[in-house]
Design a protein around this ligand. Structure first.
Ligand SMILES: *Cc1c(COP(=O)(O)O)cnc(C)c1O
Length: 378
C-alpha cells in the first residue's frame, strides 16, 4: 500500500514495547475474544474517568447506537445533535431508526448551543447527543437542565474527550451514557474500539446484554464454567471488545496524563507560534480542562482551501474537521437540509484547518507548520 511520505505527519500513534508485551500475554491465553483483559480494561478505564460502569465495545459508533437502543429510542423519535461532528454521531441515530435533528453551535467553542437545543424540542424529541468538540466539554449542566425539563435522555459523544472536564464535571457524570472511541487516531487506540460509560446499573446491564447478541451467557463464561444452556433474551448486536483490543489499550492507560501534558505543551507552542492577525483559535473556557484531541485554526474562508493545498504541497499533512454533517448528500437528500440552516457551524466548517498534532510530535515540526502557514497567509 502506498502512503504518501509526508514531511510533517498529521498523527502517529505511540504504541510500542508495553503494548507488544501486553499482546504477547493475551496470545499466550486461549481467550482472544472478550474475557479477562476486557474486564480489566473496563475496571481501569472506569476508575480513570470516574464512572461506575464501563462496557467495552468495538467502536464509539456502536456505543452511540447501543445507548439509543438501551434507552428504547428508535423509529418515530427525534434526537437532537450538532452538525459540527464526524458523521458517526448522526449515523448512529439513523442506525437506531430515529431522526437526527441538527441545531447550531456556539461561535466561541464550536460546541452545541444549549439554547438552540431547547428551541428545537418537539413532542417527538427523546434525546440529545452533544459532542465534546476537539476535547473541550459542552455545557453539561445546562444540557442536563434542558434534558430534565423535557424528560429527554442525554448521550455524550465523548470520542474527543477522555481526559477533559468542565466546572468539575467529567464525561459520563451528567450524561445517561458517555461514548468513547479507540479508533486509530484517538487519544488512546486499539486501531478500532470503543466503550460506553454509565452510572446507572440497570442501563449498564442492558448495554452488556445488547453488545453481544442479547445472550445471557457468553463464550468466555462457557470457557470458565463449561457448557450450560444459554438463551437470547433481547435483540442484540455484535459489538463486543476483544481481549486483543483490551491488551493494546491497557498499557496506554498509564500514559494518559503524560500524553495529555505533551499535547497541552504542543498546543501552547502552536498558540504562540501562530500569534497572527489572520489566524483565530476557538476559545478554551476558564473552567475547562481541554482534552486536546485535535488542534484546529480558523482562517479567512477565502484563503482556507488554498492554504490546505499549499501546506500539502510543502509535505505537511492537514485536514478539515468538520464539513458540517447536514450538508453531506445523504442528509441534504433525506431531510432537505441546505446551506444557511446552521450558519455558525457552516462558517467554522469553511474556515477550519486541523494541524498535525500528537504527543510525540517534535517541536521542530510545529515550527515548520507555523512558518508554512504564516508564509502562505502573507
Ligand atoms: C471518531 C469519532 C466517532 C466514531 O468513533 P468510532 O470508534 O470510529 O466509531 C464518533 N464521534 C466523533 C466526534 C468522532 O470523532
Amino acid at each position: 500500500m502506498n502512503i504518501k511520505n509526508w514531511r510533517v505527519e498529521f498523527f502517529r500513534h505511540d504504541l510500542g514495547e508495553p503494548e507488544l508485551e501486553s499482546v504477547r500475554r493475551v496470545l499466550a491465553t486461549r481467550v482472544l475474544t472478550s474475557g479477562e483483559f476486557v474486564e480489566e480494561f473496563e475496571h481501569r478505564f472506569a476508575s480513570s474517568i470516574g464512572a461506575k460502569n464501563v462496557i467495552g465495545l468495538s467502536s464509539c459508533t456502536a456505543a452511540l447506537h447501543l445507548s439509543l437502543l438501551a434507552l428504547s429510542i428508535g423509529p418515530g423519535d427525534e434526537v437532537i445533535t450538532t452538525p459540527l461532528t464526524f458523521v458517526a454521531t448522526a449515523g448512529a441515530i439513523l442506525q437506531a431508526g430515529a431522526t437526527p435533528v441538527f441545531v447550531d453551535v456556539e461561535p466561541e467553542t464550536g460546541n452545541i448551543d444549549a439554547s438552540a437545543v431547547q428551541a428545537a424540542i418537539t413532542s417527538k424529541t427523546r434525546a440529545i447527543i452533544p459532542v465534546h468538540l476537539y476535547g473541550q466539554m459542552c455545557d453539561m449542566r445546562a444540557l442536563r437542565r434542558v434534558a430534565d425539563s423535557s424528560g429527554l435522555a442525554l448521550i455524550e459523544d465523548s470520542a474527543h474527550c477522555i481526559e477533559g472536564s468542565r466546572d468539575n464535571v467529567r464525561p459520563g457524570q451528567l450524561g445517561d451514557t458517555a461514548c468513547f472511541s479507540f479508533y486509530a487516531t484517538k487519544n488512546i487506540t486499539s486501531g478500532e474500539g470503543g466503550a460506553v460509560a454509565t452510572n446507572d446499573p440497570k442501563l449498564a446491564e442492558r448495554l452488556r446484554l445488547l453488545r453481544l447478541h442479547g445472550m445471557d451467557r457468553t463464550a468466555s463464561d462457557q470457557m470458565k464454567e463449561g457448557f450450560r444452556p444459554w438463551d437470547v433474551i433481547a435483540a442484540g448486536w455484535k459489538y463486543n471488545m476483544s481481549n486483543i483490543q483490551a491488551a493494546l489499550l491497557l498499557p496506554q492507560l498509564d500514559r494518559i496524563e503524560i500524553n495529555l501534558e505533551k499535547r497541552q505543551r504542543l498546543a501552547r507552542c502552536y498558540t504562540s507560534l501562530l500569534d497572527n492577525p489572520s489566524i483565530e483559535l476557538l476559545k478554551t473556557l476558564d473552567s475547562v480542562t481541554h482534552a486536546r484531541h485535535l488542534f484546529t485554526i480558523l482562517v479567512d474562508e477565502r484563503q482556507r482551501d488554498r492554504l490546505l493545498v499549499e501546506m500539502q504541497a510543502r509535505g505537511i499533512e492537514a485536514t478539515v474537521n468538520y464539513m458540517p454533517v447536514h450538508l453531506l448528500s445523504l442528509f441534504r437528500e433525506r431531510f432537505g437540509y441546505t446551506e444557511g440552516n446552521f450558519p455558525t457551524a457552516e462558517l467554522i466548517g469553511r474556515r477550519t484547518i486541523s494541524l498535525p498534532f500528537y504527543p510525540r510530535m517534535p517541536i521542530s515540526h510545529a515550527e515548520a507548520v507555523a512558518s508554512a502557514i504564516t508564509e502562505c497567509l502573507g
